[in-house]
Write a protein that binds this ligand. Structure first.
Ligand SMILES: NC(=O)c1ccc[n+]([C@@H]2O[C@H](COP(=O)([O-])OP(=O)(O)OC[C@H]3O[C@@H](n4cnc5c(N)ncnc54)[C@H](O)[C@@H]3O)[C@@H](O)[C@H]2O)c1
Length: 342
């Protein structure tokens, strides 16, 4: 069977994870790439021996693509997904799917109308530790979840923001620590919960940065429709990227993630642990850390298998929308200082 012809929009930090994952899937190949920064697109076009574009619409119109990957600033995800879908291309976008609920709805609608497959990257769901906990919950080995909490305390300095022309702004990044760094953890705990949300109540603020508009701190609660509360705390003014922590207090056990390592400790003291496999790594070439991309490879390979089989991806637009709506509601709660019912 011929390989899917893929175009990637955006040749910045995350580009190599997508390019390598597409090639490694065995089902697809990168045939065109696009970036408004010509030096970037030329450099990577030489590496991948593919066509180079500086206008994404031209690439979608002319490069005879089956699939488009979107690796651009957050505010561009919606217009790019919708343009690709309307051209009949399957699409895979980086997180977050959009910067507003309305845009997210339009993206889902465009993909449904054009009968194209729509995937959204939340690669941490594919980490071995995440799967240990999710599978145990699904088999009801832990009983009901009684409560949960998570924290993300990372370091993103003013200097980090000064190097980006879109981060730190509401109109282009769509928020700060929550929508960019903590979204993976917020998605994981929501996915573990597997319940609809009743309401969110949160506070957000910029407490330690000089040059950004968006929040560097967010704290709050999510109440699910089954009555369970999960609390969250996210800052990106910490002095280093501390391991992310998630804890679920369940009837029969406590399930905990610290970084990628998951431990389930049952009430009788028996415990089981699963961490990332140090033997699993991906070579992205110069300057790109190898352990980073392993779960991108897994999610993207599964996406191409799904497109081949005509199956809806596990993280399609509708699934990602649940996390998007949660994040947007937290922002609304923080900005308007009130409880937001979903
Ligand atoms: N899943 C993860 O763990 C992870 C990690 C890092 C980044 N990301 C996501 O990947 C996306 C990109 O982030 P990044 O860090 O690579 O950003 P980046 O700023 O390094 O790269 C974005 C690229 O998009 C290009 N671009 C901007 N406007 C364009 C346009 N109109 N047409 C074509 N190209 C355009 C820029 O020139 C730049 O090269 C974001 O959604 C981010 O949240 C995800």
């Amino acid at each position: 069977m011929a390989k899917f012809r893929v175009g990637i929009i955006g040749c910045g930090n995350i580009f190599p994870m997508h390019a390598v994952s597409i090639q490694q899937s065995g089902l697809a190949e990168v045939v065109a790439i696009c970036d408004i920064k010509e030096d970037r697109v030329r450099r990577w076009a030489d590496v991948y021996h593919c066509a180079a574009y500086t206008d994404y619409q031209e690439m979608i119109d002319k490069a005879d693509l089956d699939v488009v990957h979107i690796c651009t600033p957050h505010y561009l995800h919606a217009p790019m997904v919708i343009y690709a879908a309307n051209a009949g291309k399957h699409v895979m976008t980086e997180k977050p799917m959009s910067i507003s609920i309305e845009e997210a709805e339009q993206m889902i609608e465009a993909c449904e109308k054009n009968k194209v497959t729509f995937g959204v990257i939340f690669q941490n769901r594919y980490n071995p530790g995440s799967l240990l906990i999710k599978e145990a919950l699904d088999k009801f080995e832990l009983g009901h979840i009684l409560g949960g909490k998570c924290s993300v305390t990372w370091k993103r300095t003013d200097e980090y923001y000064s190097k980006s022309d879109w981060k730190g702004t509401w109109d282009m990044e769509g928020g700060g620590v929550l929508i960019d760094q903590a979204i993976h953890t917020m998605d994981l705990i929501r996915w573990f919960m597997g319940q609809d949300i009743e309401y969110v109540e949160a506070q957000i603020g910029n407490r330690a940065h000089e040059i950004i508009q968006v929040e560097d701190s967010a704290e709050g609660v999510i109440k699910y429709k089954n009555g369970v509360f999960t609390g969250f705390y996210a800052i990106n003014y910490y002095s280093y990227d501390a391991p992310v922590e998630i804890e679920l207090h369940c009837e029969h056990a406590i399930a905990k993630m610290v970084g990628d390592k998951a431990t389930i400790t049952y009430n009788d003291g028996f415990s089981v642990t699963r961490d990332s496999d140090p033997n699993e790594s991906v070579d992205f070439g110069d300057g790109v850390k190898s352990y980073w991309g392993v779960s991108h490879v897994k999610q993207i390979k599964e996406f191409y298998q799904n497109v081949t089989d005509g199956v809806t991806p596990a993280i399609d637009g509708k699934e990602a929308f649940k996390t998007q709506k949660m994040i947007a509601s937290i922002y609304k709660s923080g900005k308007e200082n009130k409880r937001i019912y979903l």
